[in-house]
Design a protein around this ligand. Structure first.
Ligand code: NDP
Length: 300
């Protein structure tokens, strides 16, 4: 039996692993993707104190650091957690692991636009990761959907690769931080389209050729010629596998107390997957550190 199983190897999970294993706990980290979580999809990390570099570099450094204190890592998709008095059983595909404590750090997944052909054209012009797929659009025209930090940051990143970047915003206000908006405004090849919503996708020869947008006020449709569509319209928590435990709020985020413990004793959570106001690398590492240290203290 492990002392602690961590589900999700992003900054929250890796920080919990570091703190708990350094304090002597036996720790297993499980993830269905590459260690580092969303750091791997982030070009520049500009607001993690003392570190201004590429996301994947920070992901790799955090992973190496957490393994150096003895935490183990395995690839796998967790399907459910069973709770009994003395242990928790973490079910992963066909395997089961038993543990005293669980820390859930599964983060969030990208919200879909829900327009015709979005799913069919994913990987053929529609992409949710500018860092991964941006280079396919060198000197082409792309659309970025959304006015939050993700959309504005990724539009700025894509403007260095693409010929032109259209930013499609459904209201006439951007949610993004002013610093990111100022940075975007310096780019001459970014055009902002406010009060426009994505309506449907035009396809020629199995490739995206245009985005039809709807005017938010008049409902009028118009077409923007584009080869790439990058929706960054928000995120949803990855908590389907714990929906029977009664630990999530109406939006699917996990409620935790000051020690990052949910209302099921022994099940902790942290990072983007919990109900909180600021989702950042620095707040995720904070959550992981608090949980890791507290769980280690319970083992003594
Ligand atoms: P946000 O929820 O902050 O923004 C989503 C954007 O998409 C909004 O402009 C929203 O419009 C728009 N939108 C939502 N649904 C639709 C739709 N169906 N059609 C068209 N547009 C839509 O999400 P983000 O992913 O940008 O950010 C998530 C969290 O991560 C935030 O807390 C953010 O601050 C954080 N983050 C921080 C970064 C940083 O600090 N460097 C970088 C990236 C993310 P509306 O405003 O009208 O709702």
């Amino acid at each position: 039996m492990y002392d602690l199983i961590i589900i999700g190897a992003g900054p929250a999970g890796l920080s919990a692993a570091l703190y708990a294993s350094r304090a002597g706990a036996s720790v297993l980290v499980l993830d269905g993707g590459a260690p580092g979580g969303k750091l791997n999809l982030t070009a520049e990390i500009e607001n993690y104190p003392g570190f201004i570099k590429k996301g994947p570099e920070l992901a790799y450094a955090m992973f190496e650091h957490c393994l150096s204190f003895g935490a183990k890592y395995e690839y796998g998709h967790v399907t459910s957690i069973k709770v009994d008095e003395n242990q928790k059983i973490v079910c992963v595909d066909e395997k089961e692991y038993s543990t005293k404590y669980v820390f859930i750090a599964t983060g969030t997944k990208e919200r879909k636009m829900g327009i015709p052909l979005e799913e069919e054209m994913t990987g053929r012009g529609v992409s949710y990761c500018a860092v991964c797929d941006g280079p396919f659009f060198k000197n082409k025209d792309v659309c970025v959907i959304g006015g939050g930090n993700s959309a504005i940051e990724e539009a700025t990143y894509l403007s260095d690769i693409a010929n032109k970047v259209h930013v499609i915003v459904r209201r006439d206000v951007l949610r993004a931080d002013q610093y990111l908006i100022d940075k975007m405004n310096k780019k001459e090849n970014i055009e902002l389209h406010v009060l426009k919503k994505p309506h449907s996708i035009e396809v020629v020869d199995q490739k995206v050729s245009g985005l039809i947008v709807e005017d938010s006020l008049s409902g009028e449709l118009s077409t923007i010629e584009t080869q790439g569509i990058f929706p960054f319209i928000g995120l949803d928590p990855m908590t389907d596998f714990v929906k029977d435990l009664g630990i999530v709020d109406e939006f699917g985020y996990i409620y935790v107390d000051n020690n990052m413990e949910s209302n099921v004793k022994g099940i902790f959570a942290g990072g983007d997957v919990i109900a909180k106001s600021l989702r950042q690398v620095v707040t995720a590492t904070n959550d992981g550190a608090i949980a890791g240290q507290y769980i280690a203290s319970l083992l003594k």
